[in-house]
Ligand binder design. Structure first.
Ligand code: IMP
Ligand code: MG
Length: 179
């Protein structure tokens, strides 16, 4: 199979653009059905979700809004664990029906913390739309309400996902070629 190089590693195709589009379409149909009359606010988590969010939102046919947040990494003083803090939340989300838009859930640690942080803003409801899910790596128990594609526990790039910042522009999703 043909491989491509992203930075210094080789990748091979895993999910092509047409399969991606079909999966996004399926998610949008479900969201359009479930959120009729509820004026949802999509909260997309930067950077990775910008491509998926742009595709998903254009398939949403009900009134909705979208905003973008970021999770900044910093080293906690009491722990060596990387704690990620929510930044860029400008919207008043109290009483809103939120749909979190994420590109990938791997261990789930990042999103678990984010979902906890959101609670203090008292949204009316929170659901999760995640494009890819590494089921075998998942360590948490939160529910992914709208899921695109379950993928094996391989490192992937493309469709917004990056390797050291590279590869986000690729229209297909590629997995790393193990050496
Ligand atoms: P978590 O393990 O679910 O907390 O995932 C943390 C973050 O790691 C994700 O939001 C992605 O930004 C990144 N990540 C996890 N797996 C991959 C991958 O296969 N490719 C690119 N980024 C990944
Ligand atoms: Mg991400």
């Amino acid at each position: 199979m043909a491989t491509i190089k992203v930075k210094d590693k080789d990748f091979e195709i895993s999910i092509d653009a047409s399969a991606i589009d079909a999966a996004v379409q399926k998610m949008a149909v479900e969201i359009n059905r479930d959120y009729e009359g509820r004026n949802p606010l999509f909260l997309a988590i930067l950077n990775g979700s910008f491509v998926f969010a742009a595709d998903l939102i254009r398939k949403i046919t009900i009134p909705c809004q979208i905003s973008f947040v970021k999770l900044s990494s910093y080293s906690g003083t009491a722990s060596t664990e990387n704690i990620k803090e929510l930044i860029g939340l400008n919207e008043d989300i109290k009483g809103r029906h939120l749909i979190i838009v994420e590109d990938i859930v791997d261990t789930g640690l990042t999103l678990d913390k984010f979902l906890q942080d959101l609670k203090k803003f008292e949204p009316a409801s929170v659901k999760l739309a995640c494009f890819t899910f590494k089921k075998e790596a998942f360590k948490k128990s939160f529910r992914i309400d709208y899921l695109g594609i379950t993928i094996p526990n391989d490192f992937v790039v493309g469709y917004g996902l990056d390797y050291d910042g590279y590869g986000r522009n690729l229209p297909d999703i590629y997995k790393i070629v193990s050496s």
